[in-house]
Design a protein. Structure first.
Length: 157
């Protein structure tokens, strides 16, 4: 095939519109607030036990809930113990990694005005129902790991 007959792929990053930059800044602010809140909880400034209260699922069924350990994992991730977070609750650790990647991409868009084609392709490929199914599967998988850890060791940590 001759060089002029080849199709030219668009660049990975394109110039972002004002609207894309604004959306990216809002998403970035949300991710920053999330990790700031988790960091404050890890430093002991915020008492999550008082904020959320005891787990109703555990009280009712005497069994760990599907999200058991998520708060602890998010706090560990915010402290910088990213692998410990994945070990404590795999679903929370993976979701924190995804949020971190989203934060990096939105930072690039908001600050430098570069919009990733990857984001457009991903948004157009994924449907909302698939995102919900992926999240449910991730939480169920994390729950299975947590239950298996409790059965084998007697503790979820």
């Amino acid at each position: 095939m001759k060089e002029r007959e080849q199709t030219k792929k668009p660049p990975i990053f394109q110039k972002a519109t004002r609207n894309q930059r604004l959306k990216a800044a809002l998403i970035l602010a949300g991710a920053a607030v999330f990790f700031l809140f988790a960091g404050l909880a890890g430093a002991g400034v915020i008492d999550l036990g008082k904020l959320f209260g005891p787990c109703g699922f555990r009280q009712r069924y005497n069994l760990t809930c599907p999200t058991c350990g998520m708060t602890t994992a998010v706090v560990e991730f915010a402290k910088g113990n990213v692998f410990q977070a994945v070990y404590i609750q795999p679903a929370a650790g993976i979701l924190c990694w995804v949020l971190l990647i989203i934060g990096i991409l939105t930072f690039i868009t908001a600050v430098f005005g570069l919009y990733s084609r990857f984001i457009s392709d991903l948004i157009s490929a994924l449907k909302f129902r698939y995102i919900i199914l992926i999240l449910l599967a991730l939480i169920a998988g994390g729950w299975v790991v947590t239950l298996a850890r409790i059965i084998t060791t007697g503790s979820y940590r």
